[in-house]
Every structure is written in structure tokens, then in C-alpha cells.
Design a binder for this molecule. Sequence first.
Ligand code: SF4
Length: 372
Amino acid sequence: MRHVYLHVPFCRRRCSYCDFSIAVRKRIPAREYVEAVLQELALVRDSSDGALETLYLGGGTPSLLPPNALKTLLTSLRDAFHVTPSRDDVEVTLEANPEDVTPESATAWRRAGVNRVSLGAQSFDDRVLKWMHRPHDAARIGHAVRALRAAGIDNISLDLIFALPAELERDWARDLDLACSLLPAHLSLYGLTVEERTPLARWVSRGATSVPNDDRYAEEYLLAHARLAACGYAFYEVSNAARDGHRSRHNSAYWSGRAYVGLGPAAHSFDGRARRWNTAAWEAYRRALAAGRSPVDSEEVLTDEQRELERAYLSLRTDTGVSLSAYPANRLTAWVSAGWATIAGGYVRLTPEGWLRLDALVGDLTALHGTV
Ligand code: SF4
């Protein structure tokens, strides 16, 4: 496998909007976690073809792992996938929360092999961060970026959330400008969604906050495109923008339909034909491995139709686009006339206005494809 994802499920508390598979813990059970992942690694290592290209530690909050636990994991993963110490071309990303980044932790991460950090900034407004139940304040984001750079980690991505409820009066343009002023290599922007069983869903159901509306979403999404383009960033995927070609190699592998292996609770794997996912709950995952059982919960083999739908969806969500010759030309040219797509070099690529309608356009395309 050339691409490996490791899910670190622990968080200190749950953010107001988050429905991820996490385990909220005051004390991170690092020793038990490392033991369980190494047991899972022993089960999958034989399927490795030895050409690891990217390793991504996501969560949860991977930056909560103590440095020695992180080092053990990264060393074991590199060994399992035959990465020699001299190879420095493997993209190793760690998701981190700003409050966990200190000069010491950043140096330890760099020494352990991390060369890219995705920082959960979310906003530069302290009031908004509090509403989100984030433990950091805005000043901490700049401190984190500087500490990472001083430790030799320049490949930094910032996550921001947009389309917040109107009553928060969040100044999205200001947040974009402050993000740009830190010159991160990469930015990921996510529209707020109200997921079931989150504090946000409860606030909405009792009328304490409003559901963000589509107009606000569209307005802020388009503003981000304009603002970030002016700062030298290019969107290469519906939610991701990079400057100077610093695309996420790991996420790009997902979007181009390549195989990957996922380790840890709730992690997904894909071998080009079938998708598998691990049991989501941390304790159940740990118990399965301790008993010598596989933590895989389920798997689905994609039908030809599903594969076609997925191929179209992945290509259209990125700047790869779809081949003009693969679909009825009149429909694609209608998208161009509506301002939702452009055509160049035989490929149709969505514009920001098109990305706002991604799901509908993919549905349109695949329904048509079935009739050609
Ligand atoms: S830190 Fe991330 S994973 Fe953890 S609760 Fe917040 S949004 Fe969810």
C-alpha cells in the first residue's frame, strides 16, 4: 500500500459541531493505543508492496499523543512499509490542535519524521472559538505556526469553518485575511453542517441557534475563492486550496481513486475493488485486537455503477475534471453556459459556482451516462 491513514480517536472534549468517531478522555491511553495499532499493523503488513508514499495521522486529535508514542508508531509504520531512514520523500502529516503545538512538541514531531501539519484553526475570532468549544484562542494559532516553522515544519495547512449561524456575526473576510497573513502552504475550508447527536443539533432543536442557510454558504464559499486567489492560493479540490503546488499528496490519492490502508478505530481501507472499515468504538477496537481478532467491522465491494458514480464524483470535485468524450456533450456545454464549468484540453472542470452544485451535477451526469 502506498498510502496509509492512522486514526487517533482521542479528544479532550467534543467540539460543538463534531460527530466524528472519537473517544473523549482526560488521560490519553497512549500505551494501550500503540499496542493495539501495532497488533493491527502485524495483521496487514504482509499486504504491503513496500512503496509507501504518504502517511496521514488524523483524528480525533493525534497531537495529544505523547512524543514517544508518536515516535514508536512512526518508526513501526516505516519499518512495516519498508521505508529506509534515508528516504525523506514520504509525506507524513499530523493533524494538530493549536493548543498542543509548543516549541518542544513541534521539535519532537519533526524528529519523529512528521513533515506536514494540518492545524485545526477554525476561526480567528475568540468568541466563535468559544462557541465551537475549541480550547484554543486566536493568538494561539499564530504561535503554533511559528513554533512549527522554527522546528523545520514548513508544510502547514490550516482548517477553517465557514457558514456559521448569522447571530454569531462572524467576520469571514477577516478570518480569511488573517489566515493568509500566516502564509500557510495549504488551506482546507469546511461549511458547518448540523449533525445529529451533537451539541449544535441540540441548540438548533431548542431554537437557541439557527441552522446556517444555503445563501450564506454560497456567499462565503465564493468569497473564499476570490480572497484566496488574490493571496496566491489555487483551489485544487472543492474544499482545499494550496499555494506553490503544496497539495496534500495523501488526500489527492483518495480523490484519484488510489488504494489505501486505514489503521485504528473507524479507519477505512480501499484496495481498488472493496472498501473495508474498522469497528468505530475505541474499546471495541482494542478488545478485538487484544483477543487476536481482526478489527474490521464490515466491507462492501463496489458495483460497476458505484465505481462509475464514484469516479465521476471524485474527478469533478477536483481540478482534474472529467473527459469531454465520456459524457453527452450537450449537457456539459449547458454547464459551461450556466457558468458552472469550463472546458479546456478535452476536459470539463467545475468552477466555484459548479462546486456549489457538485452533488446535483454528478447525479445529472451519471443518470445521463446510463442512457448513452
Ligand atoms: S478536536 Fe476535532 S475530532 Fe476532536 S471533537 Fe473537535 S472537531 Fe471533533
